[in-house]
Design a protein around this ligand. Structure first.
Ligand code: NAD
Length: 321
């Protein structure tokens, strides 16, 4: 079995490799060659931790495995460890033997950023110039870095519930040579592309805050009860997702579907757009919305890619297991 420790991931994994792996696995999901197993997520009654498994099998890429981990809210304060902790385990689909164990913390941020980036590539207007960020936490910086590679953006605008965190994304914008402007929520109307990545349980972004022609990637809502955007926005928008079952149960669409504003059949898989079996954006005025809920197959795809890179660079640790 091969081990790729967390400390090696930053030097191995690139945004390009994460993008390719995620785009391919979304395509495989839509063509029926890859599927996610039901998600397990439990409050374990210890350290206030939420722990769970996300797994799946990609028959096209022959990737089988799971990501185990979750959220330990006291880690940072008590132990100077990050609160989100995860590990990916890969298995040989021919034999069931354990194949690799891979640090999943940085990979989670990279695969999540790759997902919104894939949605921007396939759904945003080609002439998009202004990108808006809603959220300025840990994930937001990864999201912005990846998104800036998809279009010739000229300006970054941002809003955050905790305004003192906005310098996190201002720094990323400035590193890319772009100006940054903090805006009030109605100011988001200037944006051609928006990414929301917050841990909110009630919506900040209202339907009226979004201009025609905008692509919005809603990336923060990955649990029942969370919500970043007003449900009405999903009525105005053409809605896409990584996986429909997750979108309508734990994603942003849970609210619009739950309130009877849209049906689950109104939510389309981004993989089908990638495969060309359904249309993505069909007019410059359309609002497109990507509900990125985060699927296990994304984790397995980037972990498999990083194992290959680790073997090539000779940094994978081999153990007899
Ligand atoms: P973080 O704690 O670093 O940042 C949280 C962000 O949410 C900050 O910008 C904060 O200001 C904002 N926020 C907090 N309370 C808010 C409120 N009431 N209203 C509006 N904004 C509020 O967290 P992070 O690691 O950046 O993760 C952000 C979210 O993304 C979390 O909900 C996490 O579960 C989710 N996530 C999703 C995926 C996926 O695949 N879709 C993957 C990883 C993380």
């Amino acid at each position: 079995m091969l081990i790729v420790p967390e400390r090696e991931i930053a030097d191995l994994m690139t945004r390009e490799a994460a993008f390719d792996a995620v785009e391919k696995v979304f395509a495989a999901m839509a063509s029926g060659n890859a599927y996610n197993f039901p998600v397990v997520r439990e409050a374990i009654g210890h350290e206030e931790a939420l722990y769970g498994f996300k797994g799946g099998f990609d028959q096209a890429g022959l990737t089988l495995g799971l990501k185990a981990g979750g959220y330990w809210p006291n880690n940072l304060e008590k132990r100077n460890l990050i609160n989100h902790q995860s590990t990916v385990l890969l298995f040989d689909p021919d034999t069931g033997k354990a194949k690799a164990m891979v640090g999943g913390n940085l990979l989670t941020a990279l695969r999540t950023a790759a997902a919104s980036s894939v949605s921007i590539k396939h759904l945003a207007r080609e002439d998009a110039k202004v990108i808006g960020m809603v959220g300025a936490g840990h994930q937001a910086t990864f999201q912005l870095r990846a998104a800036l590679e998809q279009r010739n953006f000229e300006k970054v605008i941002g809003w955050n519930y905790h305004p003192e965190m906005l310098p996190n994304i201002e720094k990323v914008a400035n590193e890319a040579g772009l100006p940054f402007e903090a805006v009030a929520l109605p100011g988001l109307r200037e944006a051609d592309v928006i990414i929301s990545i917050t841990s909110a349980f009630s919506p900040s972004v209202m339907a009226g805050h979004i201009s025609e022609g905008t692509h919005i990637a809603c990336m923060g809502t990955d649990t029942k009860g969370k919500q970043e955007v007003e449900a009405e926005l999903l009525v105005r928008a053409n809605v896409f997702t990584d996986e429909v079952a997750q979108s309508v149960s734990i994603g942003e669409a849970q609210h619009a579907v739950g309130q009877g504003l849209i049906k689950d059949t109104d939510v389309a898989e981004i993989g089908a757009v990638i495969n060309g079996t359904i249309a993505g954006r069909t007019s410059p005025d359309q609002i497109t919305l990507f509900d990125g809920t985060g699927v296990g197959l994304q984790d397995l795809a980037v972990a498999a890619a990083v194992v290959d890179l680790a073997v090539k660079k000779g940094v994978a640790i081999e153990v007899d297991f």
